[in-house]
Design a protein around this ligand. Structure first.
Ligand code: SAH
Length: 347
């Protein structure tokens, strides 16, 4: 495999030290630089006023500085949720969402430009994968939103466009940097990574023994049902995915979240609920029920509210913890990935 070369905002503090020393600078400069990048959230080298100008110029030459440019921001009139579209240096776009909950502010970030997983109901995957995001490009979605809102962000969910476990190395580095005590220091317990179920990498992640929450996009309670909606299920059998979930819990002690998008007439029947109880009963987990957000390219429709509550009730009767995901920013929010696509259409 080709070795990744990281930009400076994707480097850990010890790596920044080496980079700065290699430029013939004292190592305390590394601490200053790292703080400007990850605590003061500088937009460019010019803001780093306690670094000598000559050093800033040399840095710019050697290390292009990742800084996402805000293209559009939509704010929900219903609940203040904001949806951001950012431009990357190479002209690609990513979207991120800022949500306010009573327990703090949460940001949902993208991990790739596009996605190659092909889930049937998802807009992010319609044009396939363009490229992986660098760790710095994941971080900077949070940094740019933090600067724009002026508020502290306490929760991060990697649930935007892309499959995070299909960009494993960069994801891991991102997790390390965002929870670094020398950086924004967001508690790992407040970070959730959502996967469609890439089994090897779920196990690898378990072995890292981080304190983050792993969310598995289940969407079907049997192998066949899951295969209908998620091509990845052709690669891994349901037992393999469930074993990986159990393994994650054993290794980390962290309860698994299952995401289950309810699609009218497809996975929302009584039999589906019963099969789901059989599948995950006894597991230390939580289920998030999400009425599917219809996209124009597919004819799927959301399960009606009454049936969603009935489905939830069936799980709860079997002592399975289930919540219906609150829809945030309903007035601004197309389904995941729609903003980037719509913008692509216009340009
Ligand atoms: N690739 C990862 C993370 C990104 S998707 C994953 O599959 O988990 C985040 C969540 O949104 C996933 O559970 C995904 O299945 C779900 N999702 C995607 N499109 C949706 C839609 N139109 N309606 C409801 N949920 C959707």
């Amino acid at each position: 495999m080709e070795k990744e070369v990281f930009d400076i905002k994707s480097m850990t503090l010890p790596e920044v030290k080496l980079a700065v020393e290699a430029m013939g600078e004292k190592s305390f400069r590394a601490k200053q630089l790292y703080e400007w990048m990850h605590v003061k959230l500088a937009r460019d080298y010019d803001e780093m006023t306690n670094l000598p100008k000559s050093l800033r110029e040399r840095l710019l030459e050697k290390y292009p500085y990742t800084s996402l440019r805000e293209v559009t921001v939509q704010t929900s009139k219903l609940d203040g949720t904001r949806k951001y579209l950012f431009a990357l240096a190479d002209g690609n776009y990513v979207e991120s969402v800022w949500m306010q909950y009573h327990h703090g502010n949460s940001v949902c970030i993208s991990s790739q430009v596009g996605c190659r997983m092909g889930c049937r109901f998802c807009a992010s995957t319609l044009d396939g994968l363009e490229r992986n995001l660098a760790p710095s490009e994941m971080l900077d979605q949070i940094y740019a939103i933090s600067r724009h809102t002026g508020e502290r962000i306490s929760n991060v969910v990697v649930m935007g466009t892309g499959e995070p476990l299909d960009n494993y190395e960069n994801l891991l580095r991102f997790l390390q940097l965002i929870s670094d005590e020398n950086g924004l220091n967001i508690s790992q317990r407040n970070i959730t990574v959502s996967t469609c179920g890439i089994v090897e990498n779920m196990r690898r992640l378990a072995d890292e023994k981080l304190q983050i929450t792993l969310a598995l996009s289940l969407h079907g309670s049997t192998q066949e049902k899951r295969q209908e909606l998620m091509p990845i299920a052709n690669k891994y059998a349901m037992e393999q995915v469930m074993d990986a979930c159990r393994y994650y819990f054993e290794q980390t002690g962290r309860r698994i979240t299952f995401e289950y998008s309810l699609v009218g007439g497809v996975n929302d029947t009584e039999a589906d609920a019963e099969n789901l109880c059989k599948l995950i009963g006894g597991l230390n987990c939580h289920v998030n029920l999400i009425p599917v957000n219809p996209i124009k390219e597919r004819e799927y429709t959301a399960t009606e509210r009454r049936k969603v509550l009935l489905f939830q009730n069936r799980l709860e009767k079997k002592h399975i913890n289930a919540t219906v995901r609150r829809e945030m920013g309903r007035d601004i929010d197309g389904a995941c990935g729609q903003l980037r696509r719509r913008f692509g259409d216009l340009n």
